[in-house]
Write a protein that binds this ligand. Sequence first.
Ligand code: UDP
Length: 324
Amino acid sequence: MAKVLVTGGAGYIGSVCTEYLLEHGYEVTVFDALITGHRSAVDPRAEFIYGDLADREKIIDVCRNGKFDAVMHFAAFSLVGESMVDPSKYFRNNLGSAINLADAAVAGGVKNFVFSSTAATFGQPEKVPIAEYDRQVPINPYGESKLCFEKVLKWYHEIHGINYAALRYFNAAGASELHGEDHRPESHLIPIILQTAAGKRDCLKLFGDDYDTPDGSCIRDYIHVWDLAQAHELALHAPESGHYNLGTGNGLSVFEIIKAAEAVTGKKIPFEIAPRRPGDPARLIACSDRARKELKWTPQYESAEKIVESAWKWRQKFPEGYAD
Ligand code: UDP
């Protein structure tokens, strides 16, 4: 049975990916510092190691002893706004600690490395949909820290022979049966809309209705987290190392997401127009042809309703989110 080390397996995407791997016959070890993740989000079928990737000796020991076939690296900070205030935090963790992990993978003879990258590496795109080799000019330290680590992996591939896939998610959304999105504080659109539907917030602040888009609100490519998990598993069998953009290719505006949420929940979502959020590009839409062709990736949740419905079901099952 193949053995995978999942860093950040207590976080949103890492916990869903852990569940996916376990259901597909993998043995999983989760390594997490529980800074933003939740202990109860770690699937009980996985081994759990509490630790911070900043602890270089520790992660090297874990990889030397673990006999892992692959590492999936999710552990990172991911708030654009915070990165604009405290870039050091982002470069130390998303780059410095990630290098510790890459070195540990080399020391432990791990062959495959799947990295959780982001559409934020592209900055303000020159065109949409965005393809893998379009220009990457991040407009915040978060995106830059992820882009730097993509480059580290390219060199570790050339020099140490490690196979890698950098998966650039667009807007991860939705939930599995067991795991969903629970950030504290919450800053993401769909959970905030659903908290509003559940009466836990008075209204959504809609950041800008004067963008150059048909309805004036920002357009994003929302991709279901289970579909992302599928791509991670497929990336273990990628024909060659490289980068893949992961999205549906279908851009949805904030107003369209509100409409989908009203249809799914049967509730009116009150909102008020607020100023633009700094660093928000008007449109981010992925061209995922490469992943579909080379990884044989076939996303299952291609509509806003299906994505929002899964998140709503999880919210109803766990109204307060995770217990810890
Ligand atoms: N958004 C919003 N109000 C919120 C949160 C988000 O209007 O309270 C908008 C945001 O400006 C962006 C979209 O919703 O256009 C998705 O934002 P999110 O933070 O979920 O993801 P991001 O695109 O920043 O990765």
